[in-house]
Structures are given as structure tokens and as C-alpha cells.
Ligand binder design. Structure first.
Ligand code: URA
Length: 182
């Protein structure tokens, strides 16, 4: 574990723990409020994120921003990151060893932010945080608890781009957050 944000950012930016370092342009550490009550965890950077160094700025991110606006969540009030901080080539799923190499960074982010609620965006985040046995369709919209944090899995915004019928569920899940004083 890293003691503070400076140590964490320095380690991430120089990271060579897995082979994703060979093809990355920028390390995508995270964005938002470092004292957020709500933290969002996606899968890994795509092409737009890799070139800008900011998570969820591509098509999926724009869709997530729209949902945020619709339900009154401000992107700058929450913290957004990913399971892996470097882009997997061709946007493939991160491999187990890659997620494992990156885990210390995510664990440090969770410790430093200490959010009340963690939203898991999609299957990769779900399986890495709660366990391989969980499936996103059965788990989305349900609350779990782990290490004193409330955990809510929902669909990955990219899944909504592929299948519009999932939008309503994503929306419903995020709407639960409006009851919380963010
Ligand atoms: N998909 C993700 O999982 N994370 C991003 O940052 C962008 C797209």
C-alpha cells in the first residue's frame, strides 16, 4: 500500500508491473473528488482514455455523464477509476495477472478515499472485487457489503451502447444514489 496520493501517482506513472506498460500512452489513475462518498470502478482505459490520461472520456464515458446529469450527480463530486490503469490492447478484457498487478493501486485508492459506496461498472469490476462466481445480470441493482463498504454492481456503460434495453436498468441502479446526500 502507498501512504499518500503522491506516492501512489508516482508509482502508477512509472509502473512496469505488467506488460500493459509496453503499449500504453498514458496511465489512467482516476479522476474526481478524493474525498468522495461514492467511487465508481470500471474495467480499464480505452483509446480515448489512454490518449488523455482520464477515465471514461470516450463514448461510454459520455453516456455515463448523461446519466449522471439526468439524475443530478456531478462527475466532480464522485471518484472514477478502473480495475487496470493501462489500456489493454484492442480493448480486450484485462487478464487476471494484469488486474492482480494493479490491485495495490486500487486498494490504496479505496483506502485513501474511504468511500461509503462503491459502484462496480460491469462484469470485470464485479468479478475482481466480489469474486469470479458473480454474474453481472444477476447481481446488478443489488447491494452487497465488503470491508465495511456498500457495493452496488451495475452494467458497464459500454454494454448500454451495444444493447439499448440495458439503459433503463443502469438508470434505475444509479437512481438509488440520489437518496444519498452526495
Ligand atoms: N471503459 C472503462 O472501463 N473504463 C474507462 O475508463 C473507459 C471505458
Amino acid at each position: 500500500m502507498y501512504k499518500n496520493w503522491n506516492e501512489l501517482e508516482e508509482a502508477c506513472n512509472n509502473c512496469k508491473k505488467c506488460r500493459l506498460c509496453n503499449s500504453r500512452t498514458k496511465v489512467v489513475i482516476g479522476t474526481g473528488n478524493k474525498n468522495a462518498k461514492i467511487m465508481f470502478i470500471g474495467e480499464g482505459p480505452g483509446a480515448d482514455e489512454d490518449s488523455q490520461g482520464i477515465p471514461f472520456v470516450g463514448k461510454a464515458g459520455q453516456l455515463m455523464n448523461k446519466a449522471f446529469e439526468g439524475i443530478g450527480i456531478k462527475r466532480e463530486d464522485v471518484y472514477i477509476t478502473n480495475i487496470v490503469k493501462c489500456r489493454p490492447p484492442q480493448n480486450r478484457n484485462p487478464e487476471k495477472e494484469e488486474a492482480q498487478s494493479c490491485k495495490e493501486y486500487l486498494d490504496t485508492q479505496i483506502k485513501l478515499i474511504n468511500p461509503e459506496i462503491i459502484i462496480l461498472l460491469g462484469s470485470v469490476a464485479l468479478k475482481n472485487i466480489l469474486g469470479e462466481e458473480y454474474g453481472i445480470t444477476a447481481s446488478r441493482g443489488k447491494w452487497f457489503e465488503k470491508d465495511g463498504k456498500k457495493i452496488l454492481p451495475t452494467f458497464h456503460p459500454a454494454a448500454l451502447l451495444r444493447d439499448e434495453t440495458k439503459k433503463i436498468y443502469f438508470w434505475q441502479d444509479l437512481k438509488m444514489l440520489t437518496k444519498i446526500n452526495i
